[in-house]
Design a binder for this molecule. Structure first.
Ligand SMILES: [Zn+2]
Length: 107
């Protein structure tokens, strides 16, 4: 019997979790986490441990992005997430940064 692959869960991993974007991906998760995912809960894998991250283990989720008016050598963007206590975060982007980000979103 295997343990649920969701980070810090000690229940039995009784249900398969697969990924539409990677046919080789397979994890085993408990019935409660499977139900949560089937209900629309977000999940990702940790790049180092490959454990499944859910709930409080997820990074903050994107909520909004707006450009702040400014003069200078770059543009300031204001990012809000679903964790208001850390928001809003302002980030300075140069034109080169913006080009790099655009490439990331195209891949
Ligand atoms: Zn679980």
């Amino acid at each position: 019997m295997t343990t649920c692959d969701v980070m810090r869960c000690q229940k039995t991993g009784s249900d398969r979790l697969t990924s539409d974007s990677n046919s080789a991906f397979e994890r085993f998760i408990c019935a409660e986490h499977k139900a949560a995912i089937n209900g629309g809960a977000h999940w990702i894998t940790d790049p180092d441990t490959h454990a499944v991250q859910m709930g409080v283990d997820l990074p903050p989720k994107f909520k909004s992005l707006r450009r702040r008016r400014n003069e200078g050598t770059g543009q300031v963007f204001v990012i809000e997430t679903d964790r208001g206590s850390q928001d809003p975060m302002e980030i300075l982007l140069t034109n080169e940064d913006r080009a790099t980000l655009a490439k990331l979103f195209q891949s």
